[in-house]
Design a protein around this ligand. Structure first.
Ligand code: ADP
Length: 257
């Protein structure tokens, strides 16, 4: 049997820049990271520090100008069904029910129809949507649509990695906390390697095994912080409060305030 590499993602010396009207904008420089299997990693940093650029490169939609990113030991050069992606907007097909929306990606991966339906129903149950499976997106609340989007990505059982780019940032604070809880439930039911991009310190403390704090312009990882707290987490525990202070201080220092 082939042994899997210890790290699902390895990035080394990654550089990226965009050509703008006033010259080049440096997005990432000397960016490196190693992400072990089943780690929930939060990439934390202020807007513009290159988080989405890194995610786009891991998704295979964009290539680094320098350096290399490897998925399961192989250099990433194109998108693939081995990576599930959840964006800020749920982007569901309006003409398909919640169940069919989740099933769609599984059918693309060539799974048998009966297995697809069972799997789609299973993940919708994990995110608390067992009674909404046959509803269409227009019949769902904003939060429920996000849960369908999470379920759709989570359904890809064989995916090496899930990429989440500020998936709940457009949601109000109370609903956001509920969504985070569903995500944690999904992760506890079926642990996965996740790269979750956020600028929200509390969200990172609630979700992550490890937080990679980015330095801005050009972005790279400036510091790692382990979150060794049992899940589901108490957002106001003494350790959460201590971590919040540490992360705030670090982010302020990195942005030169
Ligand atoms: P973040 O996700 O942390 O907000 P991004 O990766 O989106 O950061 O952006 C990093 C830097 O690159 C920013 O300065 C941003 O303005 C710039 N940038 C991102 N995408 C483009 C693009 N398509 N064209 C020009 N500049 C871009």
């Amino acid at each position: 049997m082939e042994t899997l590499p210890a790290y699902v993602i390895e990035a080394e010396g990654v550089r990226h820049a965009y050509e703008g009207q006033n010259g080049w904008v440096r997005a990432l420089e000397n960016f490196g990271i190693q992400i072990p299997r089943n780690e929930f990693l939060c990439l934390l940093g202020p807007s513009g520090c290159g988080k989405s650029s890194f995610l786009r490169m891991v998704s295979g939609l964009m290539r680094p100008l320098e350096g290399e990113i490897r998925l399961e030991g192989k250099r990433i050069d194109k998108p693939g069904l081995d990576r599930g992606i959840v964006f800020q907007e749920p982007a569901l097909f309006p003409w398909l029910t919640a169940l069919r929306n989740v099933a769609f990606g599984l059918e693309m991966s060539g799974m048998d129809k009966k297995v697809v339906n069972d799997r789609a129903a299973e993940v919708l149950r994990i995110v608390g949507l067992e009674r909404a499976m046959h509803l269409y997106p227009y019949q769902l609340s904003g939060g429920m649509k996000h849960r369908v989007a999470v379920a759709r990505a989570w359904a890809l059982k064989d995916a090496s990695l899930l990429l989440m780019d500020e998936p709940f940032s457009a949601i109000d604070a109370v609903n956001r906390m509920t969504l985070q809880r569903y995500l944690v439930d999904a992760w506890l039911a079926e642990p996965r390697t996740v790269i979750y991009v956020t600028h929200d310190i509390d969200e990172a403390i609630y979700l992550a095994d490890r937080i990679a704090i980015m330095t801005p312009s050009p972005g790279r990882v400036g510091k790692y912080v382990k979150v060794d707290l049992p899940r589901p987490r108490d957002r106001n525990s003494g350790e959460a409060t201590r971590l919040r202070a540490e992360l705030t201080e670090t982010m302020e220092r990195f942005s030169g305030q």
